[in-house]
Design a binder for this molecule. Structure first.
Ligand code: SF4
Ligand code: FES
Length: 247
């Protein structure tokens, strides 16, 4: 395949960015989207031009580092991560726009790389349990009903990629925060801090500049781990309980 790419270039956090058009040739449909960008960077290097900065780590859909806005959709046209998106989802001659996540709380560092440390600070505000560490407990000493274990596991699949924020017109991180609340709130170990957790994490969410949820649902549609919208309902229920108890 030969493709035309319109890619956001921005030299640094304070620099003015712009879309720049590139042609990339000899792309196999079996390549991932990031491998296609690798090829483009090789071609730019060969011409003595500055390669495009973009993030990736595992390239296996696990780490959440690789988010890009591809032709206006977070992670592109498939429900998957950018690293697991393959070029067979595109056609020879396509024109593809590639932009970083767009949200005030995710400032651009360079080109397609954004700073997602706002997510880390939300986790630091309450995404933990205070159970003592030590030797691994006997597996059946704390029974967890299967439906709770399954729901916790589902929510724990969130990889903190930020696609939910990028897809949301309000740049809200409520799907991410709801996933973390649900992951811990379904387990016995998550109960001691349950009410303080939701208040502290939401305060941090708002402090970081993420918007509020208005039930649009674009977050869940864009989520590569298919986190459902009802984790936000669970977050709101926990918040109501916490506020009733004066948290
Ligand atoms: S909820 Fe989904 S889209 Fe949002 S950060 Fe987690 S995995 Fe990514
Ligand atoms: S590079 Fe790790 S999820 Fe894409």
């Amino acid at each position: 395949m030969n493709l035309t790419l319109k890619i956001w270039r921005q030299a640094g956090p304070k620099a003015k960015g712009d879309m720049v058009t590139y042609s990339v040739t000899d792309i196999s449909e079996d390549m991932s989207f990031l491998e296609m960008l690798d090829i483009l960077n090789e071609q730019l290097n060969a011409r003595g031009e500055e390669p495009i900065a973009f993030d990736s780590d595992c390239r296996e859909g696990i780490c959440g580092m690789c988010g890009l806005m591809i032709s206006g959709r977070a992670h592109g046209p498939e429900v998957t991560t950018t690293c697991q998106l393959h070029m067979r989802s595109f056609s020879d001659g396509d024109e593809i726009t590639v932009e970083p996540w767009r949200a005030d709380a995710f400032p651009v560092i360079k080109d397609l790389v954004v700073d997602r440390s706002a997510f880390d600070r939300i986790i630091q505000a309450g995404g933990f349990i205070s159970a003592n560490t030590g030797a691994a407990p006997e597996a059946h000493s704390v029974p967890v009903p299967k439906p709770n274990a399954d729901r916790s596991f589902m929510a724990a699949a969130c990889i903190s990629c930020g696609a939910c924020v990028a897809a949301c017109p309000n740049a809200s991180a409520m799907l991410f925060t709801g996933a973390k609340i649900t992951h811990l709130g379904e387990l016995p170990q998550g109960q001691p801090e349950r009410e303080a957790r939701v208040v502290n994490m939401l305060n941090q969410h708002d402090h970081e500049g993420f918007g509020g949820c208005t039930n649009i649902g674009a977050c869940s549609e864009a989520c590569p781990k298919e986190i459902p919208l009802d984790v936000i309902s669970q977050l709101n229920r926990d918040l109501r309980t916490a506020l009733m108890h004066g948290e």
